[in-house]
Design a protein around this ligand. Structure first.
Ligand SMILES: Cc1cc2nc3c(=O)[nH]c(=O)nc-3n(C[C@H](O)[C@H](O)[C@H](O)COP(=O)(O)OP(=O)(O)OC[C@H]3O[C@@H](n4cnc5c(N)ncnc54)[C@H](O)[C@@H]3O)c2cc1C
Length: 333
């Protein structure tokens, strides 16, 4: 395969007809940086139907092209239609890389179309690096239970396909380019050939307190928490700071907080402006989940706790006492 025949980097924009899923926007911002190094064009690919104000958010990421697809078969998500769509588009345009958000749908169809194109797909990457010597993208992801970071490449084949965990990158738009080329494609997939049937749609229990993705302030509780009776003071602290509480895995294991609040490699990846961790030892499985946050602070009785190596400020002390002191100081203001 002549790798140089494959050009430009694609980001798939998943949407529900009203809003673009944040992961597509996050990816556009990150892949923009890669394209600036490689000279590739950044192409956002989506099925038609997104309102203009959402398209503006995509253009603001500095994309070079918008590839808008219309056709039959895309009313509801199906593996059949989307695998076919990207197989057809990639055969026509020969992109060098295709980045897909690691959502339930993205993780479903990305490996399928990669297999049809006879190329490789890396799942659940948390870092993207361009290697100028090989010309390949290095998809970096936690492996062996988070004990090591695996660097995965697609060294021979193209396109390089990968799914990337939502929340890994920030939506930090660099601004719209003066000219964004808009391409239209019609790719029909016969509705009768879709092997899955949408019987109904039941939205997830939409509890705003469980959605950490766009939270500016996170008060994270670890195994140092003596029991659920202590939760109210941390909830109050989070509320006073305009944020939400989260936890490490042991608090979920102890049944104190739900899994959706677990931060880390097997939980949610967050990048708040302020992270305060109480009673957390600092295992990489957890700290990787808030790397790149604005300001980070940890409270621990053990001055040797590894968490102090992962945060900006450390407070050696009892977590409940420090929380009380913070509450008093905030209320006094
Ligand atoms: C494959 C795999 C994936 C994992 N994924 C995740 C993940 O996504 N997220 C995650 O969090 N973990 C994850 N883990 C678990 C992770 O390895 C750690 O076990 C976990 O993060 C430890 O949580 P902790 O720091 O709260 O608890 P501990 O390690 O028990 O630490 C508790 C800390 O609290 C301090 N402390 C105790 N009492 C007080 C007090 N009164 N005041 C102040 N400090 C006090 C102690 O000094 C100690 O440092 C994963 C593990 C594996 C193997």
């Amino acid at each position: 395969m002549e790798k140089s025949a494959y050009k430009n980097m694609w980001v798939y924009i998943e949407h529900d007809g009203k809003r673009a899923h944040p992961v597509g926007l996050e990816l556009c911002c990150e892949v923009r940086k890669l394209c600036d190094v490689t000279g590739d064009k950044l192409v956002a690919v989506l099925v038609e139907g997104l309102p203009e104000e959402e398209l503006a958010k995509i253009r603001a990421c500095g994309i070079d092209q918008l590839l808008v697809v219309s056709g039959t078969g895309y009313e509801a998500y199906s593996n059949d239609a989307y695998s076919n769509l990207f197989t057809v588009l990639c055969r026509k345009y020969n992109p060098s890389a295709v980045f897909v958000g690691g959502t339930i749908n993205g993780r479903d169809f990305a490996p399928r179309f990669a297999a049809r194109l006879n190329t490789g797909c890396t799942s659940d990457a948390t870092e993207l690096v361009y290697n100028p010597e090989s010309g390949d993208i290095e998809f970096i992801e936690p492996a062996v239970g988070g004990k090591m970071m695996a660097v995965i490449t697609v060294p021979v084949l193209r396109p390089q396909v990968g799914t990337i965990r939502p929340g890994t990158f920030r939506y930090e738009p660099t601004g719209e380019k003066p000219a964004v080329e808009v391409l239209h494609e019609t790719v029909d997939f016969p509705v009768a050939d879709i092997r899955t049937k949408l019987l109904g749609f039941v939205p997830d229990d939409a509890d705003a307190d469980l959605d950490l993705a766009n939270t500016d302030v996170i008060v994270c509780l670890g195994n140092g928490l003596s029991g659920p009776d202590k939760l109210p003071k941390y909830r109050e602290l989070a509320a006073l700071l305009g944020g939400k509480i989260a936890c490490t895995r042991p608090l979920f294991d102890r049944g104190i907080l739900p899994f959706k609040l677990q931060i880390g490699q097997s939980g949610v990846m967050v990048k708040p402006k302020l992270y305060i961790g109480f009673g957390i030892s600092g295992a990489i499985n957890h700290t990787a989940g808030f790397a790149g946050s604005g300001l980070s602070i940890a409270v621990n009785t053990d001055p040797e706790a590894p968490i102090f190596g992962a945060v900006d400020y450390g407070i050696v002390g009892d977590m409940d006492e420090v929380c009380d002191a913070m509450l008093a100081a905030l209320k006094a203001r």
